[in-house]
Design a protein around this ligand. Structure first.
Ligand code: NAD
Length: 467
């Protein structure tokens, strides 16, 4: 297996010329032919395949990610997406006949062209470092855009592999990777873009949206968390515990869609907690620390942030609680909290903390969930059919999984995105193509129609006005 090269920041002086080159290539129309885009996607597929072992190694080093999780959530997904997109691209890119056209306008043959937006900037984050950076790139390539990609510096090994994959497979005049942190991203934001696609936290999203607003550059923002899970007294405690535990232990809880708090009906609380204990033993018979199937926190800064949430809580730890900074290990930790102002609920844990707030009934759970965050990225509900529908009817969120934790987010062809402060815009499947595409309305007025169009020309005689 090839060795992982060290992470190096791109020289600041190279940023503006690189972006100018990518823009110039877009303006040369090189990326317009569908066959060219398909060829780039297929080459990207093979680069994923060739570098599969290296991606696994990088994700292991960055996040202690189990290699099966890396396959499921990073390489496998990206490879499938390249092929799926290449195969479906002719269908997506074809002109669409416009619908609901008045019969008088039909001779104009109204249609919608699918034009690429232009040169785009994609800024990635660290938790699924490959997938969250390169799935948007697949959409940009498919749409016919050129792109600069900025992986997260918090997952430096994955960032190195991303650059390698792009270098080995893609046309360097069109698609380029810039490495760096805040200074490099700031320099990138100073360049001219036709779209900025950002995945990460809310506070940086505000910086990006503000900067983009100066030039009216459109943005897609894929943001975070503080998602509610609700378990009613009619839920199956074993099923709810198993599924919610899975959604908190995958990637050691570093999942934007993960539930940040679970509101549990008091009647079912003891059974639910007992089942969490059982399921945890079932997942990790020798304990999560000794398991090859449990990841680590990305770095010491995030470790300290999560630890502080646990230090600040007024709740009671009912499962777990151990941690070791030297190994960036945090045990899956269940905390029973007393009120909605607890630090565990007001912050996004983005880690393996599972606070539980006991509630008297479903109405109270919905009320509190809405007060904490009325537009989270995901909502999860366990209970009877009508209770789950009540949750859907009385809450808002980017997406939702009923009778599960964030499973809706694993369907590669379903649009994925937030609402309100959890994000704007969506991607994945056809939505990835759409997010980098301008739907351009086009008509063609036939010469023969002139005889019927006299009415639109001045002078607006009385005869014309009455016609
Ligand atoms: P991060 O530290 O990796 O930052 C994200 C990106 O922003 C990086 O590329 C980084 O270089 C850049 N950045 C950081 N500070 C910046 C600044 N001041 N100016 C310009 N760019 C800057 O990750 P993070 O922000 O800590 O990510 C965690 C958050 O991301 C969580 O809230 C999580 O819920 C959210 N997230 C959302 C999704 C989604 O798809 N909706 C996916 C994963 C994570």
């Amino acid at each position: 297996m090839a060795e992982l090269a060290p992470f190096e920041h791109t020289a600041m002086d190279d940023i503006a010329p690189t972006c100018a080159k990518v823009r110039a290539t877009f303006l040369s129309h090189k990326t317009k032919p569908i066959e060219y885009r398909q060829q780039q996607l297929r080459k990207l597929y093979w680069a994923f395949k060739d570098n599969e072992a290296l991606i696994k190694e990088a994700c292991k080093r960055d996040l202690g990610k189990p290699s099966f999780e890396t396959y499921l959530t990073e390489t496998g997904w990206c490879m499938n997406d390249c092929i799926w997109m290449a195969n479906n691209l002719p269908r997506f890119a074809k002109d669409e006949a416009a619908t609901d056209i008045p019969w008088t306008n039909k001779p104009l043959r109204p249609r919608i062209r699918k034009d690429p937006l232009g040169a785009v900037l994609i800024i990635g984050t660290y938790n699924f470092p490959v997938q969250l950076t390169l799935l948007p790139l697949i959409g940009a390539i498919a749409a016919g855009c050129t792109a600069v990609v900025k992986p997260s510096e918090s997952a430096p090994h994955a960032a190195v592999v991303i650059a390698k994959i792009m270098r080995e497979s893609l046309d360097a005049d069109c698609y380029t990777c810039i490495q760096g942190a805040i200074p490099e991203t700031t320099a990138l934001l100073d360049q001219k873009w036709d779209k900025i696609f950002y995945t990460g936290g809310e506070s940086v999203a505000k910086i990006i949206a503000k900067k983009a607003a100066e030039t009216l550059t459109p943005v897609t923002l894929e943001l975070g968390g503080r998602n509610p899970a609700i378990v009613t007294k009619h839920a199956n405690p074993k099923l709810a515990a198993r599924r919610l535990l899975w959604a908190k232990t995958l990637n050691a809880g570093q999942v934007c869609l993960s539930h940040n708090c679970t509101f549990v009906d008091r009647e079912i609380l003891p059974a639910f907690i007992a089942e969490l204990k059982n399921q945890l033993r079932d997942f990790y018979p020798d304990g999560p620390r000794n398991s090859p199937d449990y990841g680590r926190i990305v770095n010491a800064r995030q470790f300290q942030r999560i630890k502080k949430m646990l230090d600040d809580t007024n709740g009671k730890i009912v499962i777990g609680g151990t941690m070791d900074e030297s190994d960036l290990f945090i045990e899956p930790t269940v905390v029973q909290v007393n009120d909605m102002n607890d630090s565990m609920l007001t912050n996004e844990s983005f880690g393996p903390l599972l606070p539980i707030l006991p509630v008297k009934d479903l109405d109270e759970a919905i009320k509190i969930a809405n007060e904490i965050h009325d537009t989270p990225l995901g909502t999860y509900a366990f209970g009877s059919k009508s209770e789950m529908e009540q949750v859907m009817a009385q809450t808002r969120s980017g997406g939702a999984s009923l009778n599960d934790g964030f499973f809706h987010g694993s369907i590669p062809t379903m649009p994925f995105g937030g609402v309100g402060t959890s994000g704007q815009g969506a991607y994945r499947g056809k939505a990835s193509f759409d997010t980098f595409t301008h739907r351009r309305s086009v008509t063609t007025t036939p010469a023969w129609l002139e005889a019927l169009m006299d009415v639109r020309y001045p002078p607006y005689t009385l005869k014309k006005q009455k016609s």
